[in-house]
Design a protein around this ligand. Sequence first.
Ligand SMILES: [Mn+2]
Length: 410
Amino acid sequence: MNAEITKPRREKLAGAMEAGQIAIVFARMEQEGIEKFTQVNNFLYFTGLMVPDAAFCLLKTKDKIFEYLFIQRGIPEREVWDGKKLTVEEAKQISGIQTVSYLDEFYTAISGLCPLVSKIWSNIGNPMINRPLSYPMFMLQPVRDIYPNITIENLNNVVRPIRSVKSEWEIAQMQKAIDATGIGIAKVMQKAKAGMMEYELEAKLFYQMQKNGVQNWGFAPIIAAGANATTLHYKQNNCEVCANDIVLMDVGASWMNYSADITRCFPVSGEFSPRQKQVYEEVLAIQKAIIEMVRPGVGLLQLNEKTVELTQEALIRLGLIQDKEHYRRYYMHSVSHHLGMDTHDLGARDSILEVGNVITVEPGIYIPEESLGIRIEDDILVTETGYRNLSIGIPKEVDELESIRQEALK
Ligand SMILES: [Mn+2]
């Protein structure tokens, strides 16, 4: 991610802000321990910088835009432990932001800007009265004390329309995350055997991802055998995989902070039982019907309504309910969300699709009493003429899955 990519984003941000407003975007706080570093998405999006303890500010006045970047000051004694810090020159070069100083100068600089602004957009998260302050809220506390008239609003409210439309470059990053995920899923389907543990399958998947240069999950992977697949956000992954189970994998690699989000199911035995197949085919038919609806102008709520309608009919055919109002016993989530740097990316639940959006389509049927949960999920790009399924290459047809598994068990 370089200045060529981040500069137009900052221009869009400035375009969406009003005069007398400042955006202050904080990077991840330096961690005390030895956790793996991951960057805050909004900070990475606007600066391209993978460093902790930094802040980016964009001030809009009546006739000008000012950009400031604050980075961590290198302390020679610490560099033995942490390596060299980014220099001011390097930060300028990567981000394209010309005014770069150190984070210990942040408050002095902000003191001069505050009298000019009525609103601060910042990545404050969703503050709750009964929870500790987020790091950005903590950093802005002195501003709130001294300038109580300045409104502080969640940056996402101004960034949402910008981030929900993906550029060609972003789609290429997402494709890489999706492809790496697909390779991992294929490997698990080839290697899984009854008697293995769910975490063993998780390890095989992650190994393939890393071999392809992808070092992080986009979210905690769900590898759920049998009844575990009926827990929507199951993430213990610590049970044994049994011969008659369907294994559900809801997984996504993260590449350049862009997340994939794919769900596939397969029969451990190499063959779906007639009942498993019946349920699977119903979910697959719903998924295909909903994907076909995707095009600019369609609302996520429409996709949800149609999914409910189709799922109600399927559940009646499967003999699970008689009254269609009871469908929530077996299907209880939304069919779609925006996908991007956040797995549940910025984009309202009731948003109307436009060209460049990437969404998931993920219907499911969950039957605890039959130890069976089926969800099938693809990542779909909205195009001018309709859609492009970015995860089309990952097998989901019954005969494909059965033949992969039968080959695997030979
Ligand atoms: Mn999803």
